[in-house]
Design a protein around this ligand. Structure first.
Ligand code: BJ8
Length: 383
């Protein structure tokens, strides 16, 4: 079933989504709306949203500008970092071009050193992210969130009130709830759609700036898929795969495609862009909203954290809830933190859940697609 082709225009394909969002951000810019470019899931979007800014994702996922980036950055660096830098350098991405401020965090070494270079030619603010989810780390991140607010207030000459932040927090929570209810459709067996289609909708929502509208659009699409499922429109029964590791948008989506072209279906994305970005809500009624934001964001299970128990916890819950038959761990080339973590993840998946596991190192090129298909065909065949 070619589900995506039947969906409303809200969920166009990637190219359309990006093109439309570029036009939307230009319109906002023309209206004088500040544009804040962000890279990472640790960024508390509620703070720029509270001042009415458009928050745009800058993580670039194509290899188009990597040769340009490699003139200044090492070749053996993560493709996400090189691609992002290349798009910023060449101004080929309108989001970089329109961003009044770019915000990064001290996550992996490659990213934080890239931000130093980026700061040479773009306005950059870097939030200091702790390496561990300790009490001290939490206080530090709370202070960083307050410092970020002050940077925005000074740069844009505005005041962000607590009420603004609480309103933005509530809206973001509503969006998370709608997205979560949507991806929970993948608990159905057989699955109602491909993982590629699911991801397109999750990813597409990040390019929509009218968040109130996004909530109703996502709810509408969920209802449509639910009612079609009841009429028997679904995939055939296939081995159910959970994807974890580095982000898979754009160039790395070839891994998901290889899984699904070879008979599997991706029923859950543990990584950024998937459940990790969406699952947890901010406690919007907490007496200290900064503490609530710091607590929610710092709890994300990225491999930059040491140790990183929350990745294991979320992955375990998803394996159970989505009845995963196997786990595929995607590591972007030269990503040391996810690469080192593959050992622990493999052990956890095999010992706790007794299901097969595969780790794959890849980049944004098309050079390894043949090999990916061969490996996936053999892996899925044995499930
Ligand atoms: S919270 S996953 S968005 S850092 S893949 S650039 S870690 S070398 S993308 Fe990420 Fe934030 Fe973590 Fe999510 Fe570095 Fe690894 Fe590249 Fe990465």
């Amino acid at each position: 079933m070619e589900l995506i082709k039947e969906l409303p225009e809200v969920f166009e394909d990637f190219a359309e989504q990006r093109k439309n969002s570029f036009l939307a951000v230009k319109e906002l810019k023309d209206q004088g709306v500040p544009v804040v470019g962000v890279f990472c899931t640790y960024l508390p979007q509620e703070i720029p949203a509270a001042m009415g800014a458009a928050v745009v994702g800058l993580c670039s996922t194509s290899d188009e500008t990597i040769p340009e980036a490699e003139k200044e950055l090492p070749r053996n660096l993560c493709p996400l970092i090189k691609s992002s830098y290349g798009f910023a350098k060449t101004d080929k991405c309108p989001f970089f071009y329109f961003s009044d401020l770019i915000v990064g965090e001290t996550t992996c070494d490659g990213k934080k050193k890239m931000y130093e270079q980026l700061g040479e030619f773009k306005p950059v603010h870097v939030m200091e992210l702790p390496n561990s989810q300790s009490e001290d780390g939490l206080q530090m991140y709370k202070n960083e969130i307050i410092r970020f607010q002050k940077v925005l207030e000074e740069k844009f000459g505005i005041t962000i009130t607590e009420e603004d932040i609480r309103r933005a927090t509530h809206l973001r929570n509503e969006e998370r709830k709608a997205l979560k209810a949507f991806y929970e459709l993948m608990k159905l067996d057989p699955a109602p759609m491909k993982g590629q289609d699911l991801f397109q909708i999750l990813y597409g929502s990040t390019f929509k700036f009218d968040k109130e509208k996004v909530v109703s659009e996502i709810n509408a699409i969920r209802e449509k898929v639910e009612s079609e499922y009841k009429e028997g429109k679904c995939l055939d029964k296939r081995p159910r795969i959970l994807v974890t590791g580095s982000p898979v948008a754009g160039g790395a989506m070839k891994v998901v495609k290889a899984i699904e072209d070879n008979g599997g279906v991706v029923v859950a994305f543990e990584n950024c862009g998937g459940a990790r970005s969406i699952e947890a809500l901010v406690d919007e009624d907490a007496p200290d909203i900064y503490q609530a934001l710091a607590s929610r964001y710092l709890s994300l299970g990225c491999s930059c954290m040491s140790p990183n128990p929350n990745r294991y916890r979320l992955m375990g819950e998803l394996i159970e809830d989505y009845k995963a038959d196997a786990v595929v761990d995607v590591v972007l080339q030269a990503c040391h933190t996810y690469n080192v973590e593959t050992m622990g993840i493999k052990k956890y998946v095999k010992e706790q859940y007794g299901i097969p596991y595969m780790s794959l190192e890849t980049d944004y090129s098309t050079g390894d697609i043949g090999q990916l298909n061969t490996r996936m065909a053999a892996f899925i065949e044995m499930l």
